[in-house]
Design a protein around this ligand. Sequence first.
Ligand code: FEO
Length: 384
Amino acid sequence: MKITDSIAYIGVNDHEIDLFEGQYAVPNGMAYNSYVVIDEKTAVMDSVDANFGSEWLGNLAAALDGKAPDYLIVQHMEPDHSANITRFMDSFPNAQVVATAKAFDMMQNFYGQSYEDRRIVVKEGDELSLGARTLRFIAAPMVHWPEVMMTYDAADKVLFSADAFGKFGALDVEEDWACEARRYYFGIVGKFGKQVQAVLNKAAALDIQAICPLHGPMLTEDLGYYLGLYKTWSAYEVETEGVAIAYCSVYGHTKEAAELLAAELEAAGCPKVAVSDLARDDMAEAVEDAFRYGTLVLVSTTYNADMFPFMKEFIDHLADHAFQNRRVAFMENGTWAPNAAKAMRAKMEACKDIEFVEPVVTIKSALADDSRAAIKELAAVLVR
Ligand code: FEO
C-alpha cells in the first residue's frame, strides 16, 4: 500500500491477539504498522509483533522489489514494534539500526545486543539523509516509553508519530476512529498529558500533511480534527458535555438506582449519559468515558465496609491515569451500614482538581421514595 510515491505501508493485522499489552480487549484485532521510505537509501520505520516477522519481511521485500534496505529506524522499543529487530538485522547484514541511546539500552536488555558496530544513535533534532529527503528525529519521551522518538519527513510532509495517534483495531475492519483511539489514548498514554502536549507543541511548528502512527490508520485528511482531539485529551479537558455513570451492583438494586439516575438526567435535558457496569463492561471503556465527559457519578454497593472491588479497581485506573479536572458525585447502597460513598470519596482524593457534588445519595437495600427523590435532586444539580 502506497502512502506517497516514496512511502509504502508494510505493516500487519493481528486477529489472533487475546489482550493487547496484556490487558486491553481488542474485538477488532490490532494493527502493527511499519513503513518503508524509499529514496537513494531506504529506511524501514519500526518492525512488528513477534508473530508476524515473516509476513512483515514479505511485505518489505514486495515494497523494495527484493532490494536490501539501508536503515531500520526504531522509534519505540515496546515489543509490539521491536520484536523483529534481530530478524531484520540478521536478514540484512549491511543495514544499520537508528534509535535513541535509551532505545539501544533497551535493545540490549530485550534482545541481548545493541549493534554497536552497526548503529546510529540519534537525539532530538538529529537528521538522517536518505538522498533527496532528510529525516528529522523528534524526541517524544513517555509517549509512550522514555526512549520514544518520532520522525519527520519534510519532503513528503509526513510525521511518523510512534504510538501517538494510534488506535485499537486492525486496518481491515471499518470502525469509528475516535472511539477506539480515545480508549487507546487514555489506556496507553493518558497519564502523560504533559509529555503529549510537549510533542504537540513541537509538531505545531511542522508542515504536516499526513500522520503515520504505529497503530491504526494513516491520517491523511482533516488533520486538525485529530490534533484537536489530542490537544483536548492531553490537557484533560472535557471533550463532550454529559455524564458518565459507573456502577457496581450485586443483586440489581444498585444497578436500578444507576439506571434511574440516567433516566432522570436524560429527562432533565442532559445531552449525553454513558452508563458502565464495572463488573461486566470493558473497564478501559469505562475509563475512557470518565475522561470524555465533564461529570462522573460513582455508584457502588457497600462491601466489607468499603466499596465493591471493581469500583476500587476503576478508581485506581483513574488515579493511575491522572484523572483530573472533573465533577464527581456518589451514590451508595448498604443494607445495614452504608459506607461506600465515604470510601469512594477518600479514594478519589488521589485525583486533583475534582469538584465533589452533593447530594450523596444513599439507598438502603432497595430504591424507596426518599432515595428516588435524592436521585432526582442529584440529576437536577448535575444538569444545572
Ligand atoms: Fe505500540 Fe507502546 O507500543
